[in-house]
Design a binder for this molecule. Structure first.
Ligand SMILES: NC(=O)c1ccc[n+]([C@@H]2O[C@H](COP(=O)([O-])OP(=O)(O)OC[C@H]3O[C@@H](n4cnc5c(N)ncnc54)[C@H](O)[C@@H]3O)[C@@H](O)[C@H]2O)c1
Length: 300
């Protein structure tokens, strides 16, 4: 793919990382943010990341902060929105993007869970609109889910898949715009059972995490569940499901245990207690452990 012009709307946690990945891949990137301090610091934040990762620090020169959204998107081939998770805000931003972007520019939202169909429904050219769901931190987690709606053209999907693959990401095509896309559906199916085990007194929270990390968690990065099912045999998988599935949690809503934690102000790291108690040192150590692990597995 030749060099593309990328516009990023929102220079927060995700936006600055997305800009960094595209700049490192050789694309010219414009970025805007409604909050001036976030725009003023974006190049510095990208420089620190590049330095920390040992990546080409010159890449930051390809990132241009732009005060006005209209100027940011005007020449772009590909626009990705990473503003707050707020439906009316996203709809308003896309109307504004469409008013100023080229008619052939592809428009993407990085929403975590909101339906792409609802975000894009008011656009005139919905065939070029889609979702690109990155994972945090964008420069360390490879997956980008590319979500098409009923209106999205195959050309827009192909361009987006290629753009992200060539930027070193692992794009996955989500063929239907379903809540949670693929990754978060799988992730939260596991979280539901994790909470349920604690709620029903089968083990405590630390044990849930220890069991996963010491068993199938070890294999998950190299062995997906369906590869695993084939490996052990679909007949064995069927036998296991007949016994286990009726016993595991299938409630359609959040666990009352989780609701209670939130009601009691046990918000996790931000209040010092959630499923477990967390000192400032423990929080810092856990964050460090995750980043170090992701850095080590980069490129594998
Ligand atoms: N944080 C994650 O782990 C994660 C992962 C995947 C997807 N997402 C999604 O990415 C999006 C951004 O999340 P984030 O974590 O980067 O949030 P963030 O709060 O760090 O950044 C959002 C940025 O948008 C800016 N903004 C707000 N209104 C704006 C406007 N009208 N015009 C331009 N900029 C505006 C804010 O000033 C802020 O800098 C959300 O939709 C979120 O759900 C987040």
């Amino acid at each position: 793919m030749t060099k593309a012009k990328i516009a990023v709307i929102g220079a927060g946690l995700m936006g600055h990382g997305i800009a960094q990945v595209f700049a490192l891949a050789g694309h010219d990137v414009t970025i805007t943010d409604a909050h001036k301090p976030n725009l003023d610091t974006v190049k510095q934040r990208i420089s620190v990341n590049l330095h920390d990762l040992g990546d080409d620090e010159q890449a930051v020169a390809r990132v241009t902060p732009v005060a006005e959204l209209a100027d940011c998107v005007r020449d772009a081939d590909f626009v990705v929105e990473a503003v707050l998770e707020d439906m009316p805000l996203k709809q308003k931003i896309f109307a504004e993007i469409e008013a100023h972007a080229r008619p052939d520019a592809i428009l993407a939202s990085n929403t975590s869970v909101m339906p792409i169909t609802e975000i894009m429904q008011g656009l005139k050219h919905r065939e070029r609109a889609l979702g690109t769901h990155w994972w945090n931190p964008p420069f360390l987690v490879p997956l980008v889910e590319v979500i098409g709606t009923q209106w999205t053209s195959p050309e827009a999907i192909d361009f987006t898949m290629k753009l992200h693959a060539e930027a070193g990401k692992t794009p996955a095509h989500v063929k239907k715009d379903v809540p949670g896309f693929i990754g978060n559906r799988l992730q939260h199916a596991l979280w539901r059972e994790a909470v349920s085990l604690v709620e029903h007194g089968i083990c405590d929270a630390a044990t849930v995490d220890a069991v996963i990390k010491a068993s199938f968690g070890r294999r998950l990065a190299v062995l997906g569940p369906l590869e695993n099912a084939d490996l052990v045999g679909t007949d064995l998988s069927l036998a296991i499901h007949k016994t286990v599935l009726p016993a595991i949690d299938s409630r359609p809503g959040p666990s009352p245990y989780l609701e209670k934690l939130v009601k009691e102000g046990k918000f996790g790291f931000k209040s010092g207690e959630g499923f477990r108690k967390w000192s400032a040192e423990e929080q810092a150590a856990l964050r460090k452990r995750v980043v170090e692990h992701l850095k080590k597995s980069r490129g594998t």
